[in-house]
Design a protein around this ligand. Structure first.
Ligand code: FO1
Length: 313
């Protein structure tokens, strides 16, 4: 069976661990968000691709859900002593090696898809990890700073400001010029099932489905498309999806997110929706499943992933 998953960072990676455990003999292709990417100290950092690669490859810092395990921070310390910013984005020494390999391969002219494939040869994540596009796309956040309204990089809003000031608007800079990376459209058209896991609907799933051609591929694929809520009882399980949803005027509820993605019959993305027992089912969906969606451990993630796929097959 071909399972295709559109995924962002921590929530998506945890779901993918469960999916791989539940369907060990099936082909899983992941279309990873790259709008979180940031150039720092001359290095291309791809947080969502790396979180998926490290998590499934066994190299993730499990406490944080991002970055490497057994990490050291000598380079960052030295940058601090040199007084070279930014220092608010914690890059560990092992993680920097990944960005060095990626940056030199990009400089040699390889596409991000080829770079990601090369990095995955070492990590062997057990899924086929594709960037959503090879072109540079960055989510910038419009905020009101003392000096006036400004657009800052998503990571600065998310990490340095901890999303502490309201985002007036999210802009996926470069997305109009982006094309789906090689293999992306085929992975959607040829899937037996497509899953939108509990990743951030605005800054993770949002950019992926905005890459020209991807939304159309999702509405056209013969495969059932099923979404999983990352919001339980009106609260995001991880991250700050509620702050992002407020910016686009979507209620921070499971039903609100389902409505935002929309039922396929009305031109939306989803055939089915999986949400936490006790949360409101979404209106207008032919199929919705109420179950345990909190991935407290790998078994819970595997149970959720298995139910999500079996529910629509
Ligand atoms: N998140 C933080 O909250 N603080 C950090 O210093 C930080 C560094 C970092 C370095 C590499 C990486 O791959 C991810 C990192 N993240 C950090 C997480 C990152 O902001 C998020 O993973 C995504 O961008 C949101 O999904």
């Amino acid at each position: 069976m071909q399972i295709t998953v559109l995924a962002g960072g921590v929530g998506g990676a945890r779901f993918l661990q469960g999916l791989r455990a539940a369907f060990p003999d099936d082909q899983i292709t992941v279309i990873g968000n790259t709008a979180d990417d940031i150039w720092l100290h001359g290095l291309k950092v791809c947080p969502d691709l790396d979180t998926i690669m490290y998590t499934l490859g066994g190299g993730i810092d499990t406490a944080r859900g991002w970055g490497r395990d057994q990490e050291t921070y000598s380079v960052l310390e030295e940058l601090g002593i040199y007084g070279v910013p930014p220092l608010w984005f914690t890059l560990g020494d092992r993680d920097i090696a990944t960005h060095l390999v990626r940056t030199q391969m990009l400089a040699a002219g390889f596409g991000l898809d080829v770079v990601t494939e090369a990095l995955c040869k070492r990590w062997n994540p057990g899924v086929h990890l594709l960037p959503m596009t090879n072109e540079r796309v960055e989510t910038h956040v419009v905020v009101d700073l003392p000096e006036g309204r400004s657009a800052i990089h998503f990571q600065q809003w998310w990490v340095q400001m901890q999303a502490g000031i309201p985002a007036r608007e999210f802009r996926y800079v470069g997305i109009d010029e982006a094309a789906p990376a090689p293999g992306v459209l085929e992975a959607i058209a040829g899937a037996d099932v497509v899953v939108l896991p509990p990743s951030n609907p605005v800054v993770s799933i949002g950019p992926i489905v905005t890459v020209p051609g991807i939304r159309e591929a999702l509405t056209r694929t013969p495969a059932p498309v099923v979404g999983v809520s990352g919001i339980v009882g009106g609260r995001p399980l991880k991250g700050m999806a509620d702050k992002c949803l407020a910016t686009i005027g979507v209620p921070a509820t499971a039903a609100g997110v389902a409505g935002h993605y929309g039922p396929r019959a009305d031109g939306g993305l989803l055939d089915a929706w999986v949400h936490e027992s006790g949360d409101e089912p979404p209106a207008g969906f032919p199929k919705s499943l109420a179950t345990a969606t909190i991935m407290t451990d790998q078994q819970a993630a595997a149970n959720l992933a298995e139910q999500t796929v079996r529910f629509v097959l």
